[in-house]
Design a protein around this ligand. Sequence first.
Ligand code: PEP
Ligand code: MG
Length: 874
Amino acid sequence: MNKKYVYFFNEGNKEMKSLLGGKGANLAEMVKIGLPVPPGFTVTTEACNRYYEDQKQIHALIVEEIFQSLEELEKRTGKKFGNPQNPLLVSVRSGSVFSMPGMMDTILNLGLNDETVVGMALATGNERFAFDSYRRFIQMFGDVVLQIPKFKFEHILDREKEENRIVLDTELTAVHLKNIIQAYKQLVQKETRKGFPQEPKEQLLMAVNAVFDSWNNPRAVVYRDLHDIPGHLGTAVNIQSMVFGNMGDTSGTGVAFTRNPSTGEKKIFGEFLMNAQGEDVVAGIRTPQSIEQLKDYMPEVYDQFITLANLLENHYKDMQDIEFTIENGKLYLLQTRNGKRTATAAINAAVDMVDEGIIDKETALMRVEPMQLDQLLHPTFEEKALAEAEKIAQGLPASPGAATGRVYFSAQDVVAAVNEGEKAILVRLETSPEDIEGMVAAEGILTARGGMTSHAAVVARGMGKCCVAGCGEIRIDEGNRVFKVNNLVFKEGDYISLDGNAGAVFAGSIPTMEPELSGKFSILMNWADEIRSLKIRTNADTPRDASVAVKFGAEGIGLCRTEHMFFEENRIPAVRQMIVAKTKEERMAALNKLLPFQKEDFIGIFEAMGERPVTIRLLDPPLHEFLPHHEEDIKALALQLGMEYAKLQETVDELKEFNPMLGHRGCRLAITYPEIYEMQVRAIVMAALEVKKEKALEVKPEIMVPLIAHEKELAIIKKLIIDTAKNVMEQYRETIDYMIGTMIEVPRAALTADAIAEHAEFFSFGTNDLTQMTYAFSRDDAGKFIGEYRKKEIFEKDPFQRLDQTGVGRLMEIAIELGRKARSDIKLGICGEHGGDPESIEFCHRIGLEYVSCSPYRVPIARLAAARAAVINK
Ligand code: PEP
Ligand code: MG
């Protein structure tokens, strides 16, 4: 075997993470730059893989290499493994490429046995310390290697403390500790039918085995799945000579970050404990002190630590999370890694580091995860209150934010309650466009059904409103105005709270905090704008949403869904009149009533957007969505319209479809009722002409036709648009520029994009429908089974959230290629939900789209994601 499986720390460096694991590579790097690290060596990840290839046996040659290294370690430390006079003790720690909670972490004091403990007591002149170390070792080894439940050791420890009326571990004397050790050893004998292993080399190999085994324990496997860490990476094992923080009053141990991980403030942030060993700081038995207080105990050590911490940060050019131990006044570093941080800290630290000259702007952009920004764009719960809250159910995190309010089961009730000055949560089986006013008024929305692209989810994200969707655990009884979950009952008016980031539902009200966008946030965004080539537009249907999006940096509207305008109280009667009309004249009369409203809508949007481009989509949903479905509601509407109930019921029944998503919707509506689109085009062109005249705004509307599958559909509708626009312009004796384009959201359109491009000046990929139709997964029903698909690893991510690059993405590439062939300057964008997903945005950058369009609250995320895509693909 000529491959090397063991590396001394001084043989490696920080680039060797895949071989030495993160911890091993960083220990090696620290040794390389001359920092005080206790000597040791790393058994590589390749040894771990070899272990699995050899049916969970450490190969004899690897064992030999480990023992040779151990001999070398003895030479370097002047101590001997298993020697009672001067014993070498080591720590054994796992270390994979990515740090992974759930794997075996640490065994300290390995090498102690009944003899060496006595030697150690003599050598240090501190019997209590030696026996305390042995007691800890048996406990840790028993737990992680021998797999004896931890609580059994803790019982023994507690019993000894109780019997002797002792509160703190530090009050245990050597005699108490010897009793505990005796009882621990009996426990091991009982549980394993063997004595506690006394041979240090045997202890070591057992520990290495345990680390390798922990790579595949269930917790580690789940964690890897969650974070896309491949199983073939394996873990390394670090074996390092011990230093002791529990040697007395000039010893201690601690953990510190080079900057504050919550705020990013450039100031060492950390904790330590005097006279303690590593796990005491984390275990919470004693309350650690803040790192500044170390100055009072040992000013020189404190100064040295600060110097080394700064040195490490400058060396890694990133915030470090450092573990240290002080042994008899001497400082040692045991680990360093890039510190985990909040979004605020990530932004502040990245911007500061550019100012300090440590990193460049591109690196700063790569330091902030786009999705992390979400934390900063919505209200959040106060942390302390959240920790104490009672969680009652788990749904999908459909739209981020935190909301608290009283439960109401209909949109009208929400509106009424809000008018009374209450805060309300709309709870529905699922929402429909009729609920829009309630959704606007509510603090948050909870639905029992529906997935991440259900109506509730899409609309809530668009409004930046907190929403938990598809929460199947709750059972809603709308009639009695209650919902039940487990054995709890929530009545109308009861308080609940929603965490839209986690999809969690809580009982009662939890106080929230408003987001603060710091100055550094906008600095980072400006850097993103300098670098990105993708433009960022927004999906907005109202002037209010449009203004929010502009505030967040949107450069245009990529999708204005006109149907949302039809639901407002003062329009819906005319919309319904139009739908039930039996003749073209009746229909025209209703449409004429709608025209002024539509015109005002577009004027509002044009004014909010200035001269930024605005894509307006003509009517898309099936008409039945605008009609009521319950008998009482239909009766009420019949009365309102002056119609016979039976006639109206007939119309409602006629409009019912088996699969409305594949039914009479989109451009198909205009093929049968051209006058609907004609009215909308009229309104668009009139609005553009009027803002030109009155506000001197030159707008160039982009008129978009949905659901095109065949070029002839588009040819017919295009003619209608041109004729209508011409007619309006003649009437106004003025002209405007406008464009005609289509959504590409039906697979056939993608596959025949060359023919379609003959009639379209732009394409906008509607990847919600395109995903639905490519997979033949109903957007409204897929929520029921996608969870199972993810569990069975058919999908890594819900394809309605992250673009399926292989299938749906392939159709996009085909459409782009064909579209450009027919029209070289065709404008290309995306307006499906994927336009706000960072990984999908990267794909859009690569395939050469001009812009992505996303909900207003995703705009900053998209700006950053687009910048990172540019950096990555440079
Ligand atoms: C789409 O299908 O991707 C799209 C943007 O349109 P809608 O979600 O309104 O169907
Ligand atoms: Mg669509």
